[in-house]
Design a protein around this ligand. Structure first.
Ligand SMILES: Nc1nc2c(c(=O)[nH]1)N[C@H]1C(S)=C(S)[C@@H](COP(=O)(O)OP(=O)(O)OC[C@H]3O[C@@H](n4cnc5c(=O)[nH]c(N)nc54)[C@H](O)[C@@H]3O)O[C@H]1N2
Ligand SMILES: Nc1nc2c(c(=O)[nH]1)N[C@H]1C(S)=C(S)[C@@H](COP(=O)(O)OP(=O)(O)OC[C@H]3O[C@@H](n4cnc5c(=O)[nH]c(N)nc54)[C@H](O)[C@@H]3O)O[C@H]1N2
Ligand SMILES: [Mo]
Length: 767
């Protein structure tokens, strides 16, 4: 047994000394460059760089140190002095690297040279940029001559607005809308749910709303690990007396208690703020039922007193409430309790808090979006807000917490497989070409087509597609059948170890690094979770002189791959990113008016949010109540007690597929990621004991075997019937055809699984 594994309750608050210790340890481990401390001082400042971690908003008046434990960790790891050099690649075959885990691959360090995969030797070899672009261009041209729809242009949500705009144009001039984004595994559910009900793809709150809320209803997001800077706003709100009501199957520490590591007084006195006023451990997939129960209770109160609903708002602004009321009335408390895992008394209590608050915000993350009923979950939460006019006034609104730092912005500037969301006529007029009009591939569709052998080439602008998607076993098998695979990246990851016939690994400058082009040092821009657009300017020297910037790489691929592109000034754009911003402004004049002049607005400049002003760009011209089409959000019906619901989770020591280490401090899990979190009653029921190794098998009837063994059984405070384990290790269990209805976000938070001891599996195999 590994002596470093330790499972122990963590009693300290989020933040506090634990976060300082963790930072110091990480700084040493990552062997950061000298510029790191200087860089941290400039993180999220108006003239500094935008954190490469999450998309949480930057205040107009930042703290002296506007970073958090995990943002600093991301900075450390990007500014590591460790490198993945040609010598490293010469010493390790790709087959060998496939036996390394995500942490070991990440820990090699920054990519330094463009590399081409040699199939005979099974190694990556250095190559010149000229050769790389020429061959990629040739290959793409050959595929276009057959069918340009057989190429995928994936983007992970980190690349800037400038790069993203250029990338979507590359795809469209090439001839398809195959622009899936990490958002397709994430908040696409939001982008599909919100337009129907409030008429915009994004949330309606701004950072300043946190100063005015009386109650915050928090669903399925873990800010302590995934957007820790938000804990400052939550702490301030809680101190003001704002009630924070949390729905989460797990007791997440950041939502329980917080000590601000940047407050000397709090640190020395070890004082902590209770964040959640009430904490309801809803069953995975139980949110539609929980919210419906609250709404049912509110309608009952309204019938008794007549003063619960905001009648003026509903009459003037809403559509469809009566149908929703009928739906709520028709649900029995027995069903609501069973589906939500909460009691009628819990839900009535939560409804009471809601009814007493003047301004309420609904905040949510992957716990709502990554379910079969993800779209319905989000829309039901909006119903709750609409009942008391909680959208479009200070302190109120819907707040999806986005993931990657520019994932929302990438959609804003046209990275979308949905042509109706992109001003194609504008692009046609500006660049004199005929943009493709057919729907492109989502992430799930892209995986299906790759498995079916219909895709010839994949380009990845960042990210780790093959590791982040569902059905990883079939995907890894199918991937090498592609003709061309190109990954633009900063670090080595598993997705780069499965290669098409022609395969390139192209290293780029990271956002914290200085980006100098013909026109001088460049800045880039991004959009945060509350729709503020701000700049980012690198400070550190690039780790290697062989790196190119992302805009340059996109432009060179475009020049090499596109037959006729005379009307796109690729070289001028690369020389001066301000010219790309002019092009973005010309394409989206309403959002980006005066773009280059508003760049340095403290906290960013605001993209207009119609719903925040109670203008509803919906089919009815009003805010729509939607009747839920289901009460349980997950795929299994809950009827077979031997089928459990697996939530795939992030630890406090990872950024998506990037694993920084094996410490999930707040959950008390140290030294391993191979764990399965179970309710003690389930451990007994399945005849297991804590510490033994177990196997999870996906419970579907499609005859595709999906399982993972060697997961250490950990007793945890989690509702019975629910299981927690880590992403991306468990992606092998997620079936490709189980995704959110409407948005196709993989249902990674309720995978139906069976559980057994590893020994039982070996017995089965022996029989
Ligand atoms: N440090 C760090 N920061 C990150 C990331 C990272 O990996 N590391 N990832 C970034 C990205 S891309 C994203 S999208 C965000 C993700 O951030 P989150 O939205 O927090 O995503 P997860 O960590 O997957 O977990 C979501 C939470 O939902 C809960 N949950 C699971 N199922 C349910 C359910 O059915 N109902 C409810 N109510 N809750 C449920 C889980 O217990 C967990 O607390 O964070 C971003 N920021
Ligand atoms: N089971 C399960 N699966 C999930 C999830 C889940 O909760 N459960 N979450 C989903 C979510 S929310 C998301 S967003 C996706 C994430 O999917 P992706 O966005 O595809 O994955 P990441 O792990 O964020 O990508 C990390 C890689 O990006 C590269 N990179 C980092 N910085 C840069 C840069 O500046 N430029 C370039 N070009 N490359 C860079 C590095 O090489 C690094 O290895 O995963 C999804 N998959
Ligand atoms: Mo995400």
């Amino acid at each position: 047994m590994n002596p470093h594994i330790r499972i122990k309750r963590y009693d300290a608050p989020a933040g506090g000394w634990g976060s300082v210790q963790s930072l110091v340890r990480k700084g040493l481990e990552a062997r950061t460059r000298l510029t790191t401390l200087d860089a941290l001082a400039h993180q999220n400042k108006t003239k500094g760089f935008a954190c490469v971690s999450c998309a949480w908003s930057k205040p107009a008046k930042p703290n002296p140190a506007e970073f958090c434990e995990n943002g600093a960790k991301a900075t450390f790891w990007e500014l590591t002095s460790k490198t993945a050099t040609p010598e490293f690649f010469a010493a390790h075959t790709v087959a060998e690297l496939r036996t390394w885990d995500d942490y070991q691959l990440e820990n090699v360090g920054r990519l330094t040279h463009p590399m081409r995969y040699d199939h005979l030797l099974d190694i990556y070899e250095p190559v010149s940029w000229d050769v790389a672009f020429a061959e990629i261009g040739r290959e793409l041209k050959a595929i276009a001559a057959d069918d340009p729809k057989k190429v995928i242009f994936y983007a992970s949500g980190r690349a800037s607005l400038e790069t993203s705009y250029m990338y979507q144009l590359l795809a469209r001039v090439y001839g398809n809308n195959n622009l899936p984004d990490s958002s397709n595994m994430c908040h696409e559910t939001t982008s599909v749910a919100l337009p129907e009900v409030i008429g915009q793809t994004v949330g309606s709150v701004r950072l300043s709303d946190f100063d005015h809320s009386d109650a915050i209803f928090f669903f399925g997001h873990n800010p302590g690990s995934n957007s820790p800077r938000m804990l400052h706003q939550l702490q301030e709100a809680a101190k003001r007396g704002c009630s924070i009501v949390t729905f989460n199957p797990l007791k997440e520490r950041g939502l329980e208690r917080f000590t601000n590591p940047q407050s000397p007084v709090e640190m020395v006195t070890r004082s902590e703020t209770t964040i959640s006023h009430r904490y309801y451990q809803v069953r995975a997939g139980g949110d539609i039922a929980a919210i419906t129960g609250m709404c049912k209770s509110l309608f009952e109160r309204e019938a008794a007193t007549g003063d619960v609903l905001d009648h003026a708002f509903i009459t003037e602004h809403c559509h469809g409430m009566d149908d929703f009321r009928s739906f709520c009335e028709a649900q029995t408390w027995a069903d609501l309790e069973r589906e939500s895992g909460l009691t009628q008394a819990d839900l009535e209590e939560a409804a009471g808090i809601y009814a007493r608050a003047k301004a309420v915000m609904g905040i949510y993350g992957m716990g709502l979006t990554q379910h079969k009923g993800g779209v319905t979950s989000v829309q039901t939460l909006v119903n709750l807000l609409l009942m008391r006019g909680n959208i479009g006034r200070p302190g109120a609104g819907i707040c999806p917490v986005r993931g990657h730092s520019n994932v929302q912005g990438q959609r804003t500037v046209g990275i979308s497989e949905k042509p109706e969301l992109v001003p194609l006529d504008k692009l046609a007029a500006l660049y004199d070409f005929e943009p493709p009009r057919e729907e492109g591939l989502t992430t799930v569709d892209a995986c299906r087509e790759i498995i079916d052998g219909n895709i010839r080439a994949f380009l990845g602008l960042g990210g780790n597609f093959l590791r982040a998607v569902p059905e990883t076993a079939l995907m890894e098998e199918a991937w090498p059948r592609m003709r061309l695979t190109v990954q633009v990246a900063t670090k080595l990851n598993r997705g780069q170890l499965f290669n098409g016939h022609v395969a390139y690994l192209l290293p780029c400058i990271g956002r914290i690094e200085v980006d100098i082009q013909a026109g001088g040092p460049q800045v880039v821009t991004m959009e945060d979770s509350t729709s503020c657009i701000h700049t980012s300017k690198g400070r550190a020297h690039p780790i290697s002189k062989h790196l190119l910037s992302e805009p340059k790489i996109v432009a060179e691929i475009a020049k090499a791959a596109l037959a006729g592109n005379a009307n796109v000034p690729w070289d001028e754009w690369v020389a001066d990113y301000g010219k790309v911003r002019d092009a973005i402004e010309a394409t989206y004049p309403e959002i980006f008016k005066n773009f280059n002049n508003r760049l340095w607005t403290p906290g960013g400049f605001e993209k207009p949010l119609a719903a925040a002003n109670r203008e509803w760009k919906t089919d009815t011209g009003r805010a729509n109540f939607k009747v839920p089409q289901m009460l349980g959000a997950s795929f299994d019906s809950g009827k077979d007690p031997d089928v459990l619901r697996l939530m795939t989770l992030r630890s406090n020591d990872q950024f998506n597929t990037t694993v920084y280490g094996y410490s999930d401090r707040f959950r008390g899990i140290e030294g391993t990621r191979m764990v399965v979190l179970l309710n003690a009653a389930d451990i007994r029921r399945f005849g297991l004991i804590e510490g033994q190794n177990a196997t999870l098998q996906t419970a579907t009837s499609d005859n595709i075997p999906r399982s993972i063994s060697g997961l250490r059984v950990v007793a945890y405070d989690i509702p019975e019937g629910c299981v927690g384990a880590y992403y991306p290790e468990c992606n092998v269990l997620v079936p490709l055809d189980q995704y959110a209805e409407g948005s196709k976000v993989p249902a990674a938070k309720s995978v139906p699984v069976r559980l057994m001891a590893d020994s039982a599996v070996s017995l089965q195999a022996a029989e």
